[in-house]
Design a protein around this ligand. Structure first.
Ligand code: ATP
Length: 261
């Protein structure tokens, strides 16, 4: 399924937080959304997930304006893992993951065999099978993060939007998650702060700066030292690491060294 935004603007407190953004993520593509703190990544993802009606412009899935879809139809096609998504609940982990099946159930019907099988598969995919019966409150931050991703997979969505999903994850689980996202046939748009991780696993990167989409393309084209200095304020080098992967190395900030605080 193709994700599209056309001249999308979302304003708050009289300011364009997402400013005239046009983008497209092709079916099956894994696209990385990058940009400094406050550049509008989460706000853009919330608009694309249908959680925020845009001030102007259109969000489309496979060419159809999402504004014409009901909440349930959106939830059947698009899963969204929010940043630091937390749930203060007494539910078991399997029940939280089972919430991903809600859009497919009648209001009064409990989970059926398909729902249960999908939840088992999603728990397994995220290495959470052993934690299925644990209470949510007893999980670590990384375990919760993985459970939120399992909940998104249980939706069996066509598109997955994720906001900083590697937060809280140790390096093995970061790599596992990125391998999963890069390997899935679903369309993925994932906001990431780790530029080397983004460069390695994403087909294309979309770079946000002050609410605007300022670059989009293959990682090697988007991640130039000049852009990293201008957008992120860092003095960086982009090259191949010892394994041949594109990687960003930082000399430091681009600000003058020794400037008084
Ligand atoms: N409801 C709101 N009202 C006013 N300002 C907002 C609102 N939501 C977000 N902002 C502001 O919009 C800007 C963009 O926020 P957003 O969370 O989209 O950025 P981000 O790129 O995801 O940042 P980060 O990398 O820190 O998560 C920030 O300056 C934020 O303070």
């Amino acid at each position: 399924m193709r994700i599209g935004a056309e001249r999308l603007t979302w304003s708050a407190s009289g300011r364009a937080i997402v400013d005239d953004v046009t983008l497209e993520v092709a079916p099956g593509e894994t696209a990385g959304l990058i940009g400094p703190n406050g550049s509008g990544k989460s706000s853009l993802l919330r608009c694309l997930a249908g959680l925020r009606p845009p001030t102007a412009g259109t969000v489309r899935y496979d060419g159809e304006p999402i504004a014409d879809w009901g909440v349930r139809r959106v939830a059947r096609h698009v899963a969204f893992v929010e940043q630091a998504a937390d749930t203060d609940t007494d539910l078991r982990v399997a029940d939280v993951v089972g919430l991903g099946r809600t859009p497919f159930r009648d209001r009064w019907r409990g989970p059926d065999a398909t729902d249960r099988a999908v939840v088992v598969a999603a728990l397994d995919r995220l290495g959470l099978t052993g934690l299925a019966d644990r209470h949510w409150k007893s999980l670590s931050g990384g375990e919760r993060q993985r459970a939120h991703i399992a909940r998104a997979l249980a939706q069996r969505p066509w598109c997955i939007l994720l906001d900083e999903p590697t937060n809280h994850l140790d390096i093995k689980h970061q790599l596992e998650l990125m391998e999963l996202l890069a390997g899935t046939e679903q369309t993925v748009l994932v906001a990431l702060h780790d530029l080397s991780l983004a460069a390695r696993y994403c087909d294309r990167l979309l770079l946000m700066h002050q609410g605007r989409l300022v670059a989009a393309g293959p990682p090697a084209d988007v991640l130039t030292p000049a852009r990293l200095a201008e957008v992120f304020g860092v003095d960086a080098e982009v090259g191949r690491d010892g394994l041949g992967n594109l990687a960003v190395s930082y000399r430091g900030t681009a600000a003058p060294v020794g400037a008084p605080l």
